[in-house]
Structure formats: structure tokens, C-alpha cells
Design a protein. Structure first.
Length: 365
């Protein structure tokens, strides 16, 4: 089966499919210069079990939206195309619903649009209305949104008592484990593991130094919520109370989905209720939930801009000192932008709220 699927003829067919719309690319041209030799070598490597995947190339695309792409070398894309065409597609094609249109022969975006139009016409005719709803869903991994520089620097400078890796972030941490400059290691693994490859996961499930917390994908709380509850539990002493000196950092908790980001910001209410300082950190922002007073020091400031976003209906008695824009016992309300994009002018900035909760966000462009 394997030898037949990766024969010279099958790899040649895969190459022809891969080169569509990419025949003028440099790596395609280079591969075709010695096409027969390259295909024979690939076929023999797979047959002899000596084939190794090359290094991914990372770059950005900006249409239809900005995102990071990790691309395999051309030779590996040929192998992947042969794998999909000769092994994966025949096994799974009959199991897919008719309206699954991605990466399938004879289907694609145009087919999907036509099917959507048919569904809409059917709906409008059945219910005699021209109004309806379409649910657009997007599933993506979180670890790509972790700022690697921040994380590496934090890991180098800080010594954590506990480190919790959540689901898909294990793919990123798998790279961290190989970095000789990083001396700390995580001790808890949390998630339903539906976004991590089985090959990576199996390397950590039986580790004696890692406690695995595995959950059913159909659960009431997100993986991040469960991990945060665990983090709060780990800060508690024998008295059952959390250590007020503890600090919990959430990395990769913002990402590109607003629903997950807002839900994760709300999770900071749990650290506040437990009496623990909790912060969300990404490349451009540091977020904490503030009640009472807080002093922001310039030497420890995360970004140039400081914003206070009301969480409760009203923030009463707001006082700001040491900032470009000052307040003295002012009341601001949910839905107002009065306290957005302030700047620290003194060496220390003093923030005080007599009543209410707010997100304190330090940002940088």
C-alpha cells in the first residue's frame, strides 16, 4: 500500500497538482530541474524509511486577513499531496458530509457559495421571510499568538513555582523544551487535547514530572478556565487560603477571537476573588482587573499607554495622579472612553477607585 501510494508515477501526479498556479515559483522550478531524480529519491526514501520532513518556512500573508503561514519545502508538499490523494482521501471521502467543501475534488469555495445560496432560498421559501441567520465559526490554535520573545525573556528571568501548559500550547512548549537557555519546565498539562498532534502529545503523557489533567471536549468550561482554577488551587497553602504574594500570568489568552479574549479577561475575576494577582500578557498588552488602588512605576511599565476600562456600571471616585490626564474623585461609567490612552508623566502613577471594578490595560503599539 505504502510503496504503491508513493511510487514514481504517484509522486509525479502529486507534483503536477502541487505546481498548479505555482509553476513560476523558484522552489518549483528548482525541483523540476532534476524532476525525475528528485521523485526517485523521494520514493526510495519512503520505501527505505529514511525520509525526513524538512524545516518549515514561516511568512505572513495579508489577504483576506493578516496571518502567519508555516509552509513545508516543495518536496515535502509533493509527499503530502500524494499522502492525501492516495491514502487519506480514499479512506475519509465517503465519511464526509456532502457540504464539506474544503480541499475536496470538484468542490471548493464556489461550490460552497452555491450550496449556501440554495439553503438560503429554501429557508426563505419555507418560512416566507427574507430574514435569517448564518453562523460563521472559526477554530484555531492559540499557541501561535503567544509572543515568543516575551515568554522566553520571562522564563529566563523568573523562577516559577508551577507552570501549566494548556492544550495546543504544548506544540509551542515542545520547542521550548529543546532550548538550552530555558532551565524551567512545566509540571501540569491541561486540556481536552483536540488541537494538539498525537505525535507531540504522546511524548508527555507518561512523564513522571508532569501531572496530566485530561477532559472531555464536550465540557462546561474552557481549557483556560480549568487551567486557571488549577493555578489558583496551587497557590493555596495548607490553610486553604491563596498566597497573596502569588502572581498568575496568562500567556496566549488574547489571540484573534474576541469571544475567547473577553471570556479570558473575565476570568481575572477568579484571581481577584481568590486574593491573587492575575495578569494577561501578550505582545502589546498587559491586562489586570483593578479594585481599590494601584501604583504604576515607570521602571516597570509595560507600555506607553495606560487605560482604565469600567467593568461595573460605574467607577466612582476615580483619582489619577502622575499621569498626563488627571482626575480627582471623578465618576465615569460603563460605555464611556474617558480613561483610554492616558500616559505616565511622573516616575510613579497613582490610580485609585473608591467603588467599582475596571480593567487596567498597559499597551504599546
Amino acid at each position: 500500500m505504502i510503496e504503491e501510494s508513493f511510487s514514481f508515477e504517484k509522486l509525479l501526479e502529486a507534483h503536477r497538482r502541487c505546481r498548479c498556479s505555482k509553476q513560476h515559483k523558484r522552489e518549483t522550478i528548482n525541483f523540476e530541474i532534476n524532476l525525475s531524480q528528485n521523485l526517485i529519491e523521494l520514493s526510495n526514501q519512503i520505501k527505505n524509511k529514511t525520509y525526513k520532513v524538512g524545516t518549515y518556512k514561516q511568512f505572513k500573508i495579508y489577504e483576506p486577513k493578516e496571518r502567519i503561514i508555516e509552509a513545508l519545502p516543495y518536496k515535502d508538499r509533493v509527499v503530502l499531496m500524494a499522502l492525501c490523494s492516495n491514502i487519506i482521501e480514499p479512506k475519509f471521502e465517503r465519511r464526509l458530509i456532502y457540504d464539506n467543501v474544503a480541499c475536496r475534488k470538484g468542490k471548493g469555495t464556489d461550490f460552497g457559495i452555491k450550496r449556501l445560496e440554495k439553503f438560503l432560498h429554501s429557508y426563505y421559501k419555507k418560512f416566507k421571510t427574507n430574514q435569517g441567520y448564518v453562523l460563521k465559526c472559526d477554530v484555531r490554535k492559540y499557541f501561535q499568538n503567544i509572543d515568543h520573545t516575551i515568554l522566553f525573556n520571562k522564563l529566563k528571568k523568573e523562577k516559577f513555582e508551577h507552570m501549566i501548559v494548556v492544550d495546543g500550547a504544548l506544540a509551542f512548549w515542545d520547542k521550548v523544551e529543546k532550548n538550552p537557555d530555558i532551565t524551567c519546565h512545566f509540571d501540569h498539562l491541561v486540556g481536552d487535547f483536540d488541537t494538539i498532534s498525537p505525535e507531540i502529545l504522546k511524548n508527555y503523557l507518561d512523564r513522571e514530572d508532569i501531572e496530566v489533567h485530561r477532559f472531555n471536549p464536550e465540557k462546561d468550561y474552557t481549557d483556560t478556565d480549568i487551567a486557571l482554577k488549577l493555578a489558583i488551587h496551587l497557590t493555596k497553602s495548607e490553610t486553604g487560603k491563596a498566597d497573596a504574594k502569588s502572581e498568575i500570568w496568562l500567556l496566549g489568552a488574547t489571540g484573534t477571537r474576541a469571544d475567547h479574549m473577553l471570556a479570558n479577561m473575565q476570568l481575572l475575576a477568579q484571581t481577584r476573588a481568590a486574593g491573587v494577582d492575575g495578569v494577561i500578557v501578550d505582545k502589546n498588552n498587559k491586562i489586570r482587573l483593578l479594585e481599590g488602588s494601584y501604583t504604576l512605576k515607570r521602571e516597570a511599565q509595560f507600555g506607553d499607554f495606560v487605560s482604565l476600562i469600567p467593568v461595573t456600571q460605574a467607577l466612582k471616585g476615580v483619582t489619577l495622579r502622575g499621569f498626563k490626564y488627571l482626575l480627582d474623585g471623578h465618576t465615569t461609567y460603563w460605555g464611556e472612553s474617558l480613561c483610554v490612552s492616558n500616559e505616565l508623566e511622573a516616575e510613579e502613577g497613582y490610580i485609585s477607585i473608591e467603588e467599582g471594578l475596571a480593567f487596567l490595560i498597559e499597551s504599546r503599539d
